[in-house]
Design a protein. Structure first.
Length: 172
């Protein structure tokens, strides 16, 4: 009887160990911990604007709102015009690509329209990429149409630059 009890106790211990090993084999947990931080600032702004041909017409440029360049032009005869140079800076931490421009009537979101005045922005400035802390400039022409028969031509408009993030996506 004593031998049977010992055998039963040993068998129970072996069975318990087998159950523990089996449970451990089928119940493995892998813990992975970590953290990721992402931070970026997108800020492309006008820093200044100048009239580069002041002997033709009268233009005033302001950057009160750094996201828009305000231009007020007073021209003196049909065919008169001036060239305005805008200075832009990427003050953010993300490279930015110039996608285009929007012209608005001053202080509105209505598209600029003036049958007597042309605003000519060169095509070659689009798609330029500004790296963080990099600056650039571009020039455009404001001109009174030579075919005009009115005696006076003025224009007040805002230029807004359309920039987008210029980065490549990580693909692991």
């Amino acid at each position: 009887m004593k031998n049977k009890s010992k055998v039963i106790v040993v068998a129970l211990i072996v069975l318990l160990l087998a159950l523990a090993i089996g449970y451990a084999a089928f119940n493995q947990v892998l813990n992975i911990s970590g953290s990721a931080d992402a931070e970026g600032k997108f800020s492309v702004v006008f820093t200044n604007g100048t009239v580069t041909s002041p002997d033709h017409g009268d233009a005033k440029v302001s950057t009160d709102d750094p996201t828009k360049l305000n231009v007020s032009v007073k021209l003196t005869y049909p065919g008169d015009g001036c060239t305005v140079t805008a200075y832009i800076k990427n003050g953010g931490t993300v490279p930015a690509k110039l996608d285009g421009f929007k012209l608005y009537n001053k202080g509105t979101t209505t598209s600029f329209s003036n049958s007597e005045i042309e605003v000519l922005i060169p095509d070659n400035v689009s798609q330029e990429v500004l790296q963080p802390d990099e600056s650039t400039s571009f020039s455009f022409t404001v001109k009174w149409k030579t075919s005009s028969i009115v005696e006076k031509a003025n224009a007040d408009f805002d230029i807004e630059l359309l920039y987008s993030q210029s980065t490549t996506e990580f693909n692991g």
